[in-house]
Design a binder for this molecule. Sequence first.
Ligand SMILES: [Zn+2]
Length: 148
Amino acid sequence: MKWSEDRVALLRELWLDGKSAAQIAQTLGGATRNSVMGKVHRLKLGPRTTTHRPVARPARTPARRSAPVQRLAPRLPVLSAEELEAPIAHLNPRVFAGGKVATVLTLTTAMCKFPIGDPSEDSFAFCGRTACHRGYCIHHARVVFKAS
Ligand SMILES: [Zn+2]
């Protein structure tokens, strides 16, 4: 099929009217949707301006489709009201293998970070028990979060 000047002019007009490539092909006769699209592309007519837009779909929640939420720490159990009200034990730092205790250098996010003792003393250490509530063991979580 040859693109005469008349056909190109009609194509251009129909395209700018917002007709689809298939409609234009039908109107021109002897053209296919693909040949119309190819000519539109070569003429650099740009995207078709439609007057009838498809019904707007509700916006997707970006959280579902974007990158997964990054968690800094695993989700930890939350203390119940009873656990928060129970008497508070005064604990010594947990002693690890070799008689070691949790220090600034050995404390991990999985350990209770409650400080025990005077920081200026050599005996100062962190609790070191398994952290189960926002960085504290069950006993120290009660100390830290009871007032709030
Ligand atoms: Zn603790």
